[in-house]
Design a binder for this molecule. Structure first.
Ligand code: GKR
Ligand code: MG
Length: 442
């Protein structure tokens, strides 16, 4: 069967609004930037992909243009392979020590892969989840966790953070104001549960002293005793600190996400293995097993139980491969996230749907962005779950007007990549990132 040809590739950097979310890297700016890739074929269909944005990523996509335009959809694997080889010429890249991944090539490849598979799925009338992995779709619903953050007071800055002028519910009100205490975090959990029905929660740590963050977990456990809870300081604590902070709450913690990391002459995979051995707690990571080589060593060393294989930095097929390995090796697959629009939400849903075996509730920042959109009907989280569509491809329709608005916002800003230090400097004069010190501990 001869499938359509890719006629045009369009790269659209976009921006959206964000609250004052705190993490080890500082405080989120009032905006986040993403990049949307659109491929149009000569049958008039559009395929899309969404990834983080940076100057490097935009250049990387541009570099691949001639390898994508003019190719047939039948050859989507070859097209991806060619792009991968070209991008590899840039040499090895590092994820960096920030909470987010700084690599270029893998993100670029994922955008192309998503848009190609979206188009291919439309051409062969098959949903993307059914095309992924060795076995295709494994489930029709994907569980998400309530991903909570400690929040800075927007009133302490002169930055245009979103205001909840007519909040629809407590969640819309609370996500715009300071939350730095166990009580405030418990309120966020309650409000998120009421709106989205989450059963499990994650708290982003690396902000307060570890013991104070453990108290936030205790407060969440008080109101949701059945919930699977986790805390993620992005490796901010030393091994001894991680043990001191988390041992007392081990019975209410489902797993610990990157409790420690690289330290002196020890690698992050070594400290995490030691942490697991000494506490008996399960561990998750999006920092020390971020490619197949690292995953191999993490598995050999027994450092990690739950690799959080975010499709944006594993590729969609790569993330499902991790899911397949987890299933074979007796590990648990999960997905990490960063701020994202609804195209990414769809990508993550399809990927999670194709991972075999028992997976853990996926991370998503969507609840912080809910109300903004680039597609006509964003997937919804109901009863803590996302429904995997049965429609061909990614199952989303781009809303051109919304895309144009988000692009106009991007152009109006001089923000070209994520930077959490600037907002943080409103709270602490001269604040600078330190991978080993929680953001508010200075
Ligand atoms: O959005 O501030 C954030 C998170 O800290 C993000 O950058 C992390 O990559 O969600 C992430 C994580 O699980 O480490
Ligand atoms: Mg993490």
């Amino acid at each position: 069967m001869s499938l359509p040809t890719i006629k045009r590739m369009t790269i659209v950097p976009v921006a959206g609004h964000d609250s004052f979310l705190l993490n080890l890297s500082g405080g989120h700016a009032p905006w986040f930037v993403r990049c949307v890739l659109i491929l149009e074929d000569n049958a008039g269909n559009r395929g899309v992909g969404e990834i983080p944005s940076s100057e490097g990523i935009l250049k990387g996509l541009e570099k691949c243009r001639s390898l994508v335009e003019g190719t047939r959809l039948n050859a989507w694997r070859r097209t991806l392979n060619n792009a991968k080889k070209l991008l590899a010429q840039g040499g090895p890249e590092e994820r960096g020590r920030q909470t987010f991944d700084l690599r270029v090539a893998v993100h670029v490849l994922t955008a192309i892969e998503s848009a190609l598979l979206d188009l291919y799925g439309q051409a062969v009338e098959t949903p993307l989840a059914d095309l992924l992995g060795r076995m295709g779709r494994q489930r029709d619903e994907v569980e998400a966790l309530g991903y909570l953050f400690l929040l800075g007071d927007p009133g302490k800055t002169d930055l245009p953070y979103p205001k909840a002028d007519n909040p629809r519910d407590d969640w819309e009100r609370l996500r715009c104001q300071e939350a730095l205490t166990p009580e405030a975090v418990a309120e966020l959990a309650r409000a998120a549960h009421e709106r989205y029905g989450f059963r499990d929660f994650k708290l982003k740590g690396g902000v307060l002293q570890g013991e104070q963050e453990a108290d936030c977990i205790r407060a969440m456990h008080e109101i949701f005793p059945e919930a699977r809870l986790t805390l993620d300081p992005n490796g901010a604590w030393s091994l001894e600190e991680a043990i001191r902070v988390l041992e007392p709450i081990r019975d209410i913690l489902s797993y610990a996400e990157d409790p420690c990391g690289q330290e002196g002459s020890w690698s992050g995979r070594e400290t995490m293995a030691e942490f697991k051995r000494r506490t008996g707690l399960r561990t998750a990571t999006n920092m020390i097993a971020t490619d197949f080589k690292q995953l191999q060593y993490a598995a050999q060393m027994n450092s990690v139980d739950i690799p959080l294989a975010d499709c944006h930095f594993w590729t969609m097929q790569g993330a499902v491969m991790v899911g397949e390995l987890c299933d074979e090796w007796g590990m648990t697959w999960g997905s990490h996230s960063n701020n994202h629009f609804d195209i990414s939400l769809a990508m993550m849903t399809h990927v999670a749907a194709a991972c075999p075996g028992e997976i853990t509730a996926i991370d998503t920042h969507w609840i912080w962005q809910d109300g903004q959109r680039l597609t006509e009907a964003p997937f919804e989280i109901r009863d803590g779950k996302l429904t995997v569509p049965k429609t061909p491809g990614l199952g989303v329709t781009l809303d051109q007007g919304k895309l144009d608005e988000a692009h106009a916002l991007y152009r109006s800003l001089d923000v070209r990549a994520r930077n959490d230090a600037t907002a943080m400097q409103y709270l602490i004069d001269g604040w600078a990132f330190d991978p080993k010190r929680p953001a508010l501990v200075r």
